[in-house]
Design a protein around this ligand. Structure first.
Ligand code: BGC
Length: 745
């Protein structure tokens, strides 16, 4: 009897809870629209919404080889197959006008010629600015943005990127990449915010907020897409789209955090890791896509597969025997939209599965509602068309200046013996190396084309490093000998001969452009011809300024001693040439810090937050440069590290403050980083973890007290039961060379 009463109460509570929720939703015009559409939609119309095809499917090559919309194919996609989404650029960047035409024609068809007039959601990879629109503001890649340590600057960048994406008529951006770069071989390191979960969370959340602006229906905002959920960035082999082995504890301790932060920031969509974790392809993991992402993180947007990755469940991952099984696994696991992207196989198969009762209609309705909700929130039902007026604010001079500032604040001074830098202006230099005179190498993949390698398509008005140096010194004072390709010596002797005639050598080495799997490498070591060039130039006795233009840290141990000054430029974007020259000649003071541990050797890599045993008992932690390393032309002194409490109870807030003074004679910015160490813990603690950072701007002699607010939650680790726990005991905080211990009771 008693049991029955309880049950009844529970039932009533649920019912009234439901009706409250329904009432609440009914008032929301977005929900009203979604519900009324769902009630009218046929199965075919619903599954169409879950289908995304690439532009190639609805276009054909014109006589000049350019991909243009094909009315018949477009009709087949939009009218016959009811597709919900189209993506990509069809090979290379397009003009703003061309994008407007494409989007207008697509929306004309979708919103005038289909039964229910549902607009298409067009998606693009605007990875570092809207890189598939010609003339856009193309920023440094994310790894460089992380190095700036400047959240405000990140916000400005993301706002400009959102604006220019929407100005192109595109409302959906497949960014940010929230994987952690803890495997330096991985070819997508440069798309991330580095190895640290806190930086990636802060940067990622700031990026999402600025993309979406709290209300994606605003004409200058887009829906962001956090990707690639989850664990994609940590392939054991370093090769793209290969297995990761990540215990659940480590997944939660590190890799999940940036995604949780993006969900918290209200990210509208998510894209899935192409590969597998612990033997389970993420596209087929109900635990990751539904239980964890929805149930625990509370994500409410829609989930899109990555490129052909449902198909890959049976062609590559081998967890499904055929397409039917693959589609069923993925949709039941929680994929809402399939980036098919070349045909209608997903559409046909899913319809069959629903008709056969193998995928419940309820699951289809759930996925479609999520997709329609994002479309409605974007305001696409009211206005699906490009807002041509936005062209006026596209790629403005103000945006270019922000771009230059990002590139400048990213550049990281790794070494500067005897104040070799900055160089005086009235000198003669030799500029050499494969990265000196190419815009493509400054930008990397996802620039104008997928691989970013079409130098001839880059804007003529932007400066390479060589051109920017010529602008500073006058052409007559700059000799240029490329000397090597990445994999080939061309004229090392010529460069060596010219080195004898100049005051200093600026050698720009690094990596060619690449993106995704084509960027796989077997060895992290910088290529032999480049190393040889530096060795031979060093023998001339002329000071070498080594500029690293690379998307991941290439091992350069053997030449570090040969160059008194080393600058990490990362992939600094269209203003990168200028930024590097500004820093070399002292027009700007470097302030970037490494967002990853720079390895000294090509194997045995460990990150800054390794375990104590990795630096004890005969082991040593010996990277080339530490995570967070970065010099300045001025000097900073840290004093008065203080905690406002000497003893904490679990749940307490506390404040850490430290005084930073610019003790040199130039203005400079400094990223102040706060680390915490848990001295003894049930799970072996990392030697330290970054918990806060801030960037200060100080005049010579100026000082500022930086205050960080924390809570004991910031001291938590993922415990034995895979849940966060704070264990009482001793902790240490450290900022620069200062540290303090304290107890938690
Ligand atoms: C990449 C994604 C990208 C998608 C669409 C895939 O190959 O992994 O990051 O968003 O293509 O271009």
């Amino acid at each position: 009897m008693r049991k029955k009463t309880i049950l009844l109460i529970a039932l009533l509570a649920t019912v009234s809870g439901c009706s409250n929720l329904t009432a609440k939703r009914a008032k929301d015009p977005v929900e009203t629209r979604v519900e009324s559409l769902l009630a009218k939609m046929t199965l075919e119309e619903k599954v169409g919404q879950m289908t995304q095809v690439t532009l190639e499917v609805v276009a054909g090559r014109s006589d000049n080889g350019y991909l243009e919309l094909d009315e018949k194919k477009l009709g087949d996609a939009v009218i016959n197959h009811n597709v919900g989404s189209i993506l990509n650029c069809g090979g290379q960047a397009r003009t703003l006008e061309n994008w407007h035409e494409i989007i207008t024609r697509i929306q004309d068809l979708a919103t005038k010629k289909t039964r229910l007039r549902i607009p298409i959601i067009y998606g693009i990879d605007a990875i570092h600015g809207v890189n598939y629109t010609l003339g856009a503001t193309i920023f440094p890649q994310s790894i460089a943005v992380a190095a700036t340590g400047n959240i405000e600057l990140m916000q400005k960048l993301s706002e400009i990127c959102a604006y220019e994406t929407r100005a192109s008529g595109i409302p959906w951006n497949f960014n940010p990449v929230l994987g952690l770069a803890r495997q330096p071989l991985w070819p997508r390191v440069y798309e991330t915010f580095g190895e640290n979960a806190y930086i990636a969370s802060q940067m990622g959340a700031a990026y999402v907020r600025a993309q979406q602006g709290g209300d994606i229906s605003q004409p200058t905002k887009v829906a962001a897409c956090m990707k690639h959920y989850l664990g994609y960035s940590f392939p054991l082999s370093g090769r793209d789209r290969t297995p990761a082995w990540i215990p659940e504890r480590q997944l939660r301790e590190l890799f999940l955090k940036p995604f949780a932060a993006a969900v918290e920031a209200g990210v509208a969509t998510a894209m899935v890791n192409s590969s597998e974790i612990n033997g389970i392809p993420v596209h087929a993991s109900k635990f990751l896509l539904t239980d964890l992402l929805r149930g625990e993180l509370g994500f409410e947007g829609f989930v899109v597969s990555d490129w052909a990755d449902i198909e890959n469940l049976y062609t590559r991952e081998m967890v499904a025997a055929d397409r039917r099984e693959a589609v069923k696994q993925a949709v039941l696991a929680g994929i809402d939209m399939s980036m098919v992207p070349y045909d209608y196989s997903f559409y046909d198969t899913l319809i069959e599965l629903v008709k056969a009762g193998e995928v419940p209609m309820q699951r289809i309705d759930q996925a479609v509602a999520r997709i329609l909700r994002v479309k409605a929130r974007l305001g696409l039902f009211e206005n699906p068309y490009p807002n041509k007026a936005l062209a006026a604010g596209f790629a403005t001079e103000a945006s270019r200046k922000v771009n230059l500032q990002v590139a400048t604040e990213a550049v990281t001074l790794l070494k500067n013996d005897n104040n070799t830098l900055p160089l005086r202006k009235g000198i003669k230099v030799l500029v050499t190396g494969p990265c000196a005179d190419k815009l493509s190498y400054l930008n990397g993949g996802w620039t104008i084309t997928w691989q970013g390698d079409k130098e001839e398509l880059y804007p003529a008005e932007k400066f390479t490093i060589l051109e920017a140096i010529q602008n500073r010194l006058g052409k007559q004072n700059v000799t240029y000998v490329q000397a090597v390709e990445f994999d080939k010596e061309t004229d090392i002797a010529g460069a060596v001969a010219e080195a004898g005639q100049v005051d200093a050598v600026i050698a720009c080495v690094g990596e060619p452009t690449y993106c995704e799997t084509p960027g796989n490498i077997d060895d992290l070591t910088m290529t032999a011809p480049q190393l040889k060039l530096i060795e031979e130039l060093a023998a001339t006795g002329k000071p070498i300024i080594l500029v690293l233009v690379e998307g991941r840290p290439r091992v350069i141990r053997t030449i570090v001693d040969k160059a008194p000054a080393i600058l990490m430029a990362y992939l600094p974007g269209m203003e990168g040439g200028r930024a590097v020259a500004d820093i070399i000649f002292g027009d700007a003071n470097p302030s970037g810090k490494l967002p990853f541990t720079y390895p000294k050797y090509s194997s045995g890599h460990i990150c800054y937050d390794h375990k104590p045993s990795e630096e004890k008992s005969g082991n040593k932690f010996d990277p080339q440069w530490q995570f967070g390393h970065g010099l300045s032309y001025t000097t900073f002194k840290y004093d008065d590290l203080k905690l406002d409490k000497s003893e904490l109870a679990i749940g307490d807030n506390f404040t850490v403050s430290v005084k930073v003074t610019n003790t040199g004679n130039r203005p400079g910015k400094e990223i102040v980083q706060l680390f915490v160490s848990d001295i003894v813990a049930t799970i072996t603690p990392p030697v330290k973890s970054l918990k806060r950072f801030d960037k200060v701007d100080l005049k010579p002699g100026g000082s500022e007290t930086v205050t960080f607010k924390l809570n004991t939650d910031d001291l938590a680790f993922i415990g034995l039961d895979n849940k966060p726990v704070v264990e009482p005991g001793q902790f240490k905080i450290s900022v620069a060379n200062l540290s303090k211990t304290f107890d938690v009771k």
